[in-house]
Design a protein around this ligand. Sequence first.
Ligand code: GTP
Length: 390
Amino acid sequence: MPETVSGHAPGPETASARVSVRKPILGIPQPWDPKEPEARPLTTQQIPVVVLAGFLGAGKTTLLNHLLRSSRGTRIGVMVNDFGDIGIDAMRIAGQVGSTVSLGNGCLCCAVDVSELDEYLEVLTRPESRLDVIVIEASGLAEPQELVRMVLASENDRIVYGGLVQVVDAAEFSATRERHPETDRHLPIADLVVVNKTDRVSGAELLAVHETVAGLAGKAVVVDATHGRIDPELLFDRVVPEGEIEGQMSIEDILYGDGDPRAHTHTSYETVSLTAATPLHPRRLMAFLDARPEGLYRIKGFVDFGAADPDNRYAVHAVGRFLRFYPERWPGGEERLTQLVLIGSGVDAAGLRKELAECEQNGPQDAPDEHSMWGVLRYVQQTEEEPEAP
Ligand SMILES: Nc1nc2c(ncn2[C@@H]2O[C@H](COP(=O)(O)OP(=O)(O)OP(=O)(O)O)[C@@H](O)[C@H]2O)c(=O)[nH]1
């Protein structure tokens, strides 16, 4: 097994009976003593760039945050490609890593040339950044194949393509596959598939999903995970033999793709973004969320309920019919804004925007009373994500 930088024993996730093959994905430059960061050499080797993909809400950001928390001495650079004009994912990762670069609005794979990607890579690969690995978190609607192609086409000679990680939501897998048959095309090109949200399905369901995924994924490693807690060594240890691109993509696939722009997953998706300086009324927001249309598949962001809870903002996540609020202290000095991104297909974007605007509080006479937060608190589940050992 290749030598590791972090040097810690594999986490409990590796014990999973269903880790089909132990095949780490990435190679890491020379080991160094994490206790002496200054002794760390300037990076002279190529930095592996891993593409992290998966459908909306599958758990990519959660997995990335897990990697950042458990990376020990490994320095991870992050590029986030949010779909929607507010960089919610970048905000959720910011603070964990100094090198977060948001790719801004839209889907990276739609960019016609790679010069923008190269600009970001240029920032992250400056020798003084001493990064060991760069992870690009694709928007949940990006075509992984396109992203891989863009990394391969990069003119930055300090990077090397480091593999494709595909995250799958165990609970939503069948429904996603039905709606998006291209899932079957994405899995075979992955190097590692993470079947996430194992806590949301029964043992039998998990087994069925795992087997289907493994069947589609071919040679890729398939691991099950809860809250994206995979063994970081699955990503950080692999040595890619020179000239080899792991996975089953043919050179033609990489160079030309399938040539069909309609294959882009997000062509029929609409994004609605809201930034509001006026707090939202918890009751009206809950009425809006409870009645949200079927096609509105993903909602993420932060909500300010103003006087109803002046200490906290509420991170909100909806994936399909699943809804959760996560109260968190307002970061000091940060402007109190509600920032939401809604992604759906066949939705009335203008209507949603109007309904959301109607959730804003209308002055002191409209201030929420003490019971107004009950509806929100029903969707707060404090114990869902257990804190990880430092
Ligand atoms: N129950 C459960 N919830 C999870 C798990 N992993 C992630 N989540 C929740 O699922 C929601 C979506 O997770 P994210 O990590 O934001 O998903 P994503 O793939 O980055 O989402 P997009 O950027 O919109 O594509 C959040 O509420 C997470 O807390 C898990 O293993 N179990």
